[in-house]
Write a protein of this length. Structure first.
Length: 135
């Protein structure tokens, strides 16, 4: 049993330190403002009308001054490819926010949603994306 645990930990370390280039950021969701204490317990399911706090962590220091945060709903009724844009907002990053951005929003419709963050220079390739559910 000890050997299995050690093997899994070593495998994880090797995969994390491999020379693969991973240039995607990270988005964490929670029902409370994201802090050091609750960052390791992200949530994926929320209730209608509940505040959804998020923390976007950039893959590296962002040189651009603006980002776009977009939320879309996965649905069968959408006219374009199965998704419908629900919310889009641009943010200006202060000098001390070049590695992260945090805020919250509220949704009132059940379903599966995806949030993505873009640099203003490139709206084709998101810096980060993650999905969540409203029940």
């Amino acid at each position: 049993m000890k050997f299995c645990k050690l093997f899994i930990v070593l495998l994880f370390v090797v995969l994390m330190t491999a020379s693969c280039k991973y240039d995607r950021g990270l988005i964490l969701f929670n029902t409370q403002p994201v802090t050091k204490e609750n960052a390791l317990k992200p949530q994926k399911t929320f209730i209608e009308g509940q505040r959804i706090y998020y923390l976007f962590i950039a893959p590296k220091k962002m040189q651009n001054e603006f980002i776009r945060v977009q939320v879309f709903k996965m649905t069968e009724d959408a006219p374009w490819g199965g998704y419908e844009v629900v919310r889009t907002k641009d943010y200006r990053l202060m000098l001390d926010e070049r590695y992260y951005h945090t805020d919250y929003f509220t949704l009132y419709e059940k379903g599966r949603y995806v949030m993505q963050v873009f640099a203003h220079e490139d709206f084709q390739n998101p810096l980060a994306l993650n999905d969540f559910y409203i029940k």
